[in-house]
Ligand binder design. Sequence first.
Ligand code: PMP
Length: 427
Amino acid sequence: MEIVDTSSLSEPSVAAGLAGGCGIDAVDFRHDFPALNQKIHGKPLVYLDNAATTQRPQCVIDEITRFHREDNSNVHRGVHLLSERATQAFEATREKIRHLLSAEHTHEIIFTRGTTESINLVAQSWGHGNVGEGDEVLITEMEHHSNIVPWQMLCERQGARLRVAPITDEGEIDLEAFERMITDRTRLVAVAHVSNALGTINPIKRIAAIAHARGVPVLVDGAQAVPHMAIDVRDIGADFYAMSAHKMYGPMGVGVLYGRTELLDAMPPWMGGGDMIKSVTFEKTVYNDLPHKFEAGTPNVPGVIGLGAAAGYLERVCLRNIAAHELGLLAYATRRLHEIPGLRIIGTSPRKAGVISFVLADVHPHDIGTILDQEGVAIRTGHHCAQPVMKRFGIAATARASLGLYNTTEDIDALIRGLGRVREVFA
Ligand code: PMP
């Protein structure tokens, strides 16, 4: 699913119909997530902060606990059975993620600490060899700081130039301007698949086609896309794809960099240490093959195994059905939010994932978040690590409700009731 046009979906009943085959039922899925079953300030928790991090299903929690209880051992180096079991589970996750992203080879899946580290790996390893003085890296105005600062650091160090493609009032990339900004000096395009601040689903396939026609590789920040839609890195033309486990119902502190073999093969390691070597003498070190070349030191083994459990969970639930369910909810939430006087949604592209940023008259978003919390409704407020997006829309911050597969229309109703309370307080 490359682009989902939200306007073609209406309310949850329609989405439920679309979900058909796999029979997604968000009420049932709630039971898989123990953290959802609690009261906050005496009210049932309504968790709408999924873009910051998702909750974990019991199967992920169980798998991590099982590892610690039964298989805890370091990977790759042991000949004893515990180490073999740990290695087997660790490497099985690599294959699950290859499948999740429809990558060609398992060795194209590198485990990192998350999206941020994945992007930094490319900026440091690939960047130093490929971006020189006077060269350009092209990003967009809607990027998360994690997809801005590593490129800024690289450009500063190499004497290169960071260029920024503008976005429209709806919160879409201005593709004509983007295309014009690819020059003979452009070495890389780095762009979010889904904006965490606006919810926009970017047309990556088109962006990659434009960039590739000029011989420029594309890095996609997939942090906000992976939990919401089926991804095919080859179909969309991503040369690199970065993601975090904790945004897709897995644990924190672990993520993935996908890279095409040809690019990864040509890149030097970025960290030295154990596991990334074949042999070491004081005179010369021979680096390991992919993917280990980029995985120095003891990895987050329980984290990777938890990521594997999360990928298995998503596969069972079926990502296409999650997308249909969330888009139905998004349409419902958007309609209900529009009914609130003084509320303005920031990011109005017809192609959005389940992220809704808004401002409410002159109420500070922080106050919105605090009052909603008293009602048991968890949302995020602030600049969402996307300060240039805030600047673009002339605001300092937004309130952001973001959806997960377990959210329901009742959750949206609770949000709307909570916003009614905000209006009463600030009337
Ligand atoms: N990119 C986007 C679009 C994000 O939403 C986030 C997390 N908010 C990141 C990058 C960084 O992810 P992490 O903190 O897991 O490295």
